[in-house]
Design a binder for this molecule. Structure first.
Ligand code: THU
Length: 132
């Protein structure tokens, strides 16, 4: 599947500009290609109760499911300067659920996979394999 990394980067940038970050002042934008070809994006949304902050990846996963589901194929995350940002640990786990280890990730060191960033991941198959 052809991945238009420039498009993903631009969609992540546009989403970053909509971030609600009155507390950290650290806007994050993400965009992803889904296996049916659609492109989705999201930004972080903070809260006066700081611990309730929603990372941009949370919004992305909600958007993925609400817009029809599917598998994440490629992912881009940017900071205020448009530089690649690495998802926090919790968000790597969110991406694992919906993209798996082959999800392609834009990084400062080129394209990596989620498997590179989250090796030996716990995922849905751990549960299904061990239930039977
Ligand atoms: N943040 C994200 O949106 N995604 C990440 O993967 C890392 C952190 C946000 C949360 C918070 O609003 C701000 O960045 C500073 O931590």
């Amino acid at each position: 599947m052809n991945i238009d990394w420039d498009l993903l980067h631009n969609e992540a940038l546009a989403a970053m500009k909509k971030a609600y970050v009155p507390y950290s002042k650290f806007p994050v934008g993400v965009a992803a290609l889904v296996d049916d070809g659609r492109v989705i994006s999201a930004c972080n949304v903070e809260n006066a109760s700081y611990g309730l902050t929603l990372c941009a990846e949370c919004g992305l996963v909600s958007s993925l499911i609400a817009s029809g589901g599917g598998r994440l194929v490629a992912f881009s995350c940017v900071d205020i300067s448009g530089n690649p940002l690495m998802p926090c640990g919790r968000c790597r786990q969110l991406l694992q659920e919906h993209g798996g280890s082959t999800l392609q990730m834009a990084t400062n060191e080129g394209i990596k996979t989620l498997g590179d960033l989250l090796p030996w991941a716990f995922g849905p198959e751990e549960i299904t394999d061990r239930l039977s």
